[in-house]
Design a protein around this ligand. Sequence first.
Ligand code: FES
Length: 392
Amino acid sequence: MVVAATGPDTVVTAGDLFGAQADFGLMPPPWAPDCWGEEEQAVLVCRKVLEITHDVKSFHFEADSHRTFSFDPGQFITLQLEIDGAAFTRCYTISSPPTRPHLISITVKRVPGGPVSNWLHDHMVPGARITAQAPLGGFTLANPSAPKYLFLSAGSGITPLMSMTRTMYDLGSDADVLFVHSARTPADIIFRRELEAMAAVMPNIRVVNVCEDDYPSERWMGLRGRLSAPILQALAPDLDERETYTCGPAGYMASIRGILGEVGYDMRGYHEESFSFENLPASDVPPPVDGAAEGDGAATPPGAPITYSVEFVRSGRTVTCAADGTLLDAAYAAGLRPPASCTQGMCGTCKTTMLSGEVDMQHNGGIRPREVAQNKILICCSKPLSNVCIDA
Ligand code: FES
């Protein structure tokens, strides 16, 4: 029997997930990032939805053309959705491991007022189809594997670290993993039972949860409060020997960086990732044009901050962009809504062609060298060095 993705309470067989017609005698060809078709997109079919906590669900998808998935643990996929007529693009880290290649899964917390997370929770059911872009991201395990890891996560930031841990578990890795997860209450601990189950049979995996508070039906008996330098040092006296991977809200990661700085950790062994959609507009659809922030090409007065004009050719708009701001920020300020998701140069959603001008682009793997050679840019991480004209 092939065992596929598991929730805390449920072990799901691949047969359950694929249906009776699944043929595990043949391994379908993989869908790697470079073979997702010309647009590097794929249609995924939801096969299973698992309730992980009271406000977190895992969505398991199969490729609609009988392919397996190939990716590195820690990478993300970018979903393209249409909700009530509005377009949304969102990155979600893959929570399943590449060692279970028939399915790919994401684990999503319902965010109050969040259009995409609520839509997924309410409408994504088995059989539903969704468009996704190929897996991307550089937040992956070191190769070759480090002998010791420290995984630090908070809230739904647990997902990439879960993919890594599941991968190590499946491969029988003997790497020493200390997994410290922070949650609000015990009821908010994502993958609690599954991580406990893995740790119970793999002595090299140690899981520690830290909760801020009790849940009405469960008094928390473990570590309480927030992670601190003394707690971390007590948990990991060998901290310096560990490769550290951190994922969670921006405030959590800032606090982790502070703690690691406090204890003198060598940050060359530190890796982090966070997706925050707070700065994104409500949808990719532009509001009515009001003319505000429109660039007029006028010369910058002496002493004023340097700005450049950015022409969005397809939108027929020209906006002003500060030399220290990104083209995406300038677009948003002017009421434009070019597609964007990660806003950190990772996902490629905001990729477009620069028709003229020069930018300083500091990306994080969301664009390939051959695309850069074709004058493609990611506008979320590109600052103008001259007036710019882009095909957007
Ligand atoms: Fe993800 Fe620009 S929004 S690369």
